[in-house]
Design a protein around this ligand. Structure first.
Ligand SMILES: CC(C)(COP(=O)(O)OP(=O)(O)OC[C@H]1O[C@@H](n2cnc3c(N)ncnc32)[C@H](O)[C@@H]1OP(=O)(O)O)[C@@H](O)C(=O)NCCC(=O)NCCS
Length: 184
């Protein structure tokens, strides 16, 4: 499903629109943005138009929630949760800031915080998991900063033609609550 409108100090998360598709195609066609992104390793997903269509349609599935991240009304990336298990109350999360000029401004961290408030607060989930390629320092730092702990290697989530280690992180409800209260 597409996520509801949510707001933070600088950013807004909103449901995707078909008008976002050309922009998503551009993001997924930027080799710097997809350097550590799964679409780089899956043959059919190497075509940005197909990857964008799969992302968009996948966002409509009942076990996923997809948002477009906006700053000053401009779409700058997307974030999502998928593999939602409402019984076990967990899901897998990912975020992408597609506009390279917007990297390093704290936007991914803020988008994750907005999304996490929704996931733990409104949905009442107990945990979120995320994967990152070992050499994706930006993503690893982002996850650590957002309260995730490294819990091991991600089985079955290999970077196929790059022989890279893929790490598995988890954010628990208690770590989320602690971070929200104390900020550390
Ligand atoms: C990973 C990504 C989402 C980070 O987005 P961002 O908006 O630039 O990240 P933020 O500005 O919120 O930074 C979060 C933390 O990561 C650090 N960071 C960001 N880019 C970094 C880089 N290239 N190298 C090292 N650390 C980096 C920041 O310094 C910050 O930590 P700090 O507060 O301790 O300084 C962005 O680079 C991206 O979209 N990459 C492509 C998709 C991807 O790899 N997604 C993650 C897989 S789920």
């Amino acid at each position: 499903m597409f996520g509801p409108a949510l707001t933070g100090p600088r950013l807004a998360l909103r449901p995707p629109s078909v008008r976002d598709i050309p922009r998503i195609v551009r993001w997924l066609g930027d080799p710097e943005v997809t350097r550590y992104w799964w679409t780089r390793d899956v043959p059919w997903a190497k075509r940005p138009a197909i990857a964008a269509a799969v992302l968009f349609v996948g966002g409509l599935r009942p076990n996923a929630i997809l948002w477009i991240i906006t700053h000053d009304g401009q779409a700058i990336g997307h974030c999502l949760i998928r593999h939602i298990d409402r019984t076990k109350r967990h899901a897998t999360a990912a975020v992408l800031i597609g506009e390279r000029s917007e990297h390093g401004k704290g936007f991914a961290a803020e988008a994750c915080a907005i999304r996490n408030d929704f996931v733990f607060g409104r949905l009442g989930f107990d945990s979120l998991r995320a994967t990152a390629m070992a050499e994706n320092t930006a993503s690893r730092r982002l996850l650590e900063k957002s309260g995730y702990r490294l819990i091991g290697n991600a089985k079955g989530a290999t970077a196929a033609d790059r022989q890279q280690e893929v790490l598995l992180f988890e954010l628990t409800r208690s770590d989320y609550a602690r971070l929200r209260t104390t900020g550390d």
